[in-house]
Design a protein around this ligand. Structure first.
Ligand code: FES
Ligand SMILES: [Fe+2]
Length: 438
């Protein structure tokens, strides 16, 4: 349970808010590169409560500028994409990708007023299918050498989806290893051979035990958390009969991403990016350590569940997530189908748009959430004291030396779990077709 004041402090993200200022010190996913693929690469972007427009100019360079024209506020998403910039259809003011006004065709001949007019603009960079934006002060930080950024484009698939809730509760489901035994429980197991592109449907470690069975049979994980250069490492140990242990390593990447195993072949790096205080997008980079990703199949699987252009899930609050009591009785724990994304979406949206944390009761298995909130509060305090250099990955650590993070499943002798988890990771990296050495 926390106070209302603290709940506001750690959830609100608009300009000038405490948590919003922390998030602004890091690159934020702003759009999928897929969204710019059409004839007219101009996309509305609302990020951290700010209304923006992302576009590709005639030279192929990206710009992210304020959505409302600084003249009288018309929507630049309808701008004319011409003369290597965006031209407002209202009075023809023309902006380049840095937000500089370069022409005001209706103002008197010889007027140089345009030189004084510059709208908001933020640096952007494309990385393996996602356009990232930096909305903080000063120079943007370098990208760490995470697997999702190092892998070649052929081995990474990016997608996103809309959740109608605050970003923090969305993130908190990702640092809660206990819920997988319940929320994602399947009462029957599928053949893991049909698991491509799906979470929790592979077999566990190097065994033939379906992950679904393992999670169901061992619902009381021992959870360990440790602070790292990038955020936090979470280890969930499910001690089995016969002296064996299932080890699942996941990570929190500060401030609002997680990195988790999806299957033996792939990991998921997922950001929970605030659109505003009451909506967020998850952005995922699925990274393969083996074959190139079958992007067509993975895109098709996910487009079937979402509508464009908002990437809004077809199953949502308005249709009760297609809740089916018969399915809940016989097949799944939730009665909401086999897509675990929908389960997570229900869990976090059903809390209310901003979870009322004055009413919660955290247990022992919520240790990751407790630790993360401490880290976020510490970052907020440090920024308030102008100690920006105390923030994770902005504290002088050489981020090009931050690799991984290790995220995998292994089944091992209980006594050997730590080494076995590292061995499984090292083997995967050694066999990887791209340079995944750490
Ligand atoms: S409102 Fe954009 S040019 Fe006038
Ligand atoms: Fe989940």
């Amino acid at each position: 349970m926390i106070s209302q004041e603290l709940n506001d402090t750690i959830t609100r993200v608009g300009p000038g808010t405490a948590a919003g200022e922390v998030l602004r010190r890091y690159w934020q996913p702003a759009a999928l590169v897929d969204e710019l693929a059409g004839e007219r690469p101009v996309v509305p972007v609302t990020l951290l409560g700010e209304r923006l427009v992302l576009f590709r100019d005639n030279d192929g360079n990206l710009g992210l500028i304020g959505r409302h024209c600084p003249h009288r506020g018309a929507d630049l998403c309808f701008g004319r994409r011409e003369d290597n910039g965006l031209r407002c259809p209202f009075h023809g003011w023309h902006f380049d990708r840095n937000g500089q006004c370069v022409e005001q065709p209706g103002e008197p001949e010889g007027s140089e007023m345009y030189k004084q007019i510059k709208t908001v603009s933020y640096p952007v960079e494309e990385r393996n299918g996602i356009v990232f934006a930096y909305m903080g002060p000063g120079e943007p930080p370098s990208f760490p050498n995470f697997d999702c950024f190092r892998a070649p484009d052929t081995h990474v698939f990016a997608f996103k989806g809309l959740w109608q809730c605050n970003w923090l509760q969305a993130l908190e489901v990702g640092i809660d290893p206990a819920h997988a035994s319940f929320l994602h429980r399947f009462l029957e197991d599928e053949d893991p051979k049909d698991s491509y592109g799906k979470q929790f449907r592979d077999s566990a470690g190097e065994t033939n035990i379906p992950m679904t069975q393992l999670l169901r049979d061992y619902p009381r994980p021992e959870i360990r958390v440790e602070e790292t250069d990038f955020g936090m490492k979470l280890t969930a140990l499910r001690h089995m009969e016969n002296g064996m242990t299932h080890v699942r390593v996941t990570n929190q990447i500060f401030p609002e991403a997680i990195c988790i195993p999806m299957s033996r072949e792939m990991t998921i790096t997922q950001w929970h990016v605030p659109i505003d205080d009451e909506n967020c997008y998850w952005y995922s980079m699925f990274t393969s350590f083996a074959k190139p990703v079958n992007k067509d199949l993975m895109r098709e699987q996910r487009l079937k569940e979402h509508t464009l252009p908002d990437y809004a899930p077809l199953k949502n609050k308005s249709n009760n997530y297609n809740f089916d009591p018969a399915e809940q009785a016989t097949q799944t724990y939730t009665g909401m189908g086999l897509d675990i994304n929908v389960h997570d979406q229900w869990a976090v949206e059903s809390m209310g748009t901003i979870q009322d944390r004055t009413q919660e009761h955290l247990g022992k298995t919520d240790v990751g959430i407790i630790k993360f909130r401490r880290m976020l509060r510490e970052a907020i305090r440090n920024l308030a004291d102008a100690e920006e250099t105390a923030l994770p990955m902005r504290n002088g650590v050489d981020v090009s030396r931050i690799f991984g993070p290790l995220s995998n499943d292994a089944i091992t002798d209980t006594a050997d779990w730590e080494a076995a988890s590292q061995r499984a990771d090292a083997e995967r990296r050694a066999a990887c077709p791209w340079d995944a050495t750490v």
